[in-house]
Design a protein around this ligand. Structure first.
Ligand SMILES: Cc1ncc(COP(=O)(O)O)c(C=O)c1O
Length: 288
């Protein structure tokens, strides 16, 4: 696969030129999306919450009977050091490896690809005026075999984004098959009701996001009542504030869904308080 995006690439611990082929055409990650990935944020040369990302990855690999590559932490740390970027994104992909044709998961050696590049340039408007979302026509399947795992299969999310783009929205919001809110294409959803901070549980098809867990931790430190429990789209539209969370984007206010404003239709004070508490925490944990 040719990346060619100005990233530093390592395959199974070995550095590779960015513009050359890296992975076999028979790799099950490529042919079947049979693998998992983590996207992590580097700040001041350190990966924020690396242990949390590796624990989520290890849990997912165990569920899929893919062995956790023994030297993975060492490879990530070595790659981040060698890349020498103070602020960066790290994509860590682990596939089942190169398999024979067919689906049967025969034992193979996992493929580990680490790609380190500059952080995507998010327009400041994301934080200043907030994001808009379209409600995706398809659903997140909270009963899927792989619910809660960060698998390589993101085509549903891409289709959701295509739909959002067609109606001029920034994001697509997925409901689960029961009609509860689940999450956005690659971020978790939070709402502030005025007295309670809510985020959908994993049983509604949401990924157990590392940023989500961090925000729940910060909320309790700020004296905000917070809970992961199911809620409807109507409840989001009646909420005072909403925001999306992910490792790279941090906290991004969500101000409209399907053209209808949430609260005042602009980023709210609780979102801002949590966003600055989050930025301070990243700085504290990664700073020297
Ligand atoms: C589907 C999905 N949900 C939520 C998230 C947010 O997770 P994290 O905070 O661990 O980046 C992501 C991250 O890419 C994602 O792909």
């Amino acid at each position: 696969l040719n990346a060619g995006q100005g990233c530093a690439i390592w395959v199974n611990g070995e550095p590779r030129p960015d513009d050359l082929a890296h992975v076999s055409a028979h790799d099950r990650g490529f042919t079947l999306a049979d693998g998992l990935f983590e996207t992590m944020r580097v700040r001041e040369g350190r990966v924020f919450r690396l242990e949390h990302h590796l624990a989520r990855l290890a849990g997912g690999l165990l569920a899929l009977h893919i062995s956790m590559p023994a030297r993975i932490r060492e490879w990530v740390l070595g790659a981040v050091d060698a890349a020498g970027l103070p602020d960066a994104s790290v994509r860590l992909t682990v596939t089942r490896g190169v398999g024979s044709s067919g689906l049967a998961p025969v034992a193979c050696r996992p493929t580990v690809v680490i790609a380190i590049g500059p952080l995507p340039a998010f327009p400041p408007a994301i934080y200043e005026s907030g994001l808009t979302a379209h409600v995706a026509s398809g659903r997140r399947n909270e009963r899927a075999m792989t619910v809660g795992l960060k698998t390589l299969a993101y085509v549903d999310a891409v289709a959701g984004l295509l739909e959002a783009q067609r109606v001029g929205a920034d994001e697509a919001l997925f409901l689960d098959t029961d009609g509860h809110c689940s999450e956005a294409t690659a971020s978790n959803l939070f709402v502030w009701t005025g007295s309670l901070l809510l985020t959908p549980p994993v049983s509604c098809g949401a990924l157990p996001g590392i940023t989500r867990a961090t925000v729940l931790e910060l909320a309790s430190g700020l004296g905000l009542d917070a809970s992961d429990r199911p809620f409807s789209l109507e409840q989001v539209l009646e909420a005072q504030e909403a925001f999306l969370t992910s490792s790279l984007r941090g906290l991004a206010p969500l101000v409209r869904i399907g053209g209808r404003p949430i609260g005042a239709g602009s980023p709210g004070t609780v979102t801002r308080r949590l966003a600055s508490a989050y930025a301070a925490l990243v700085q504290r944990e990664c700073g020297s």
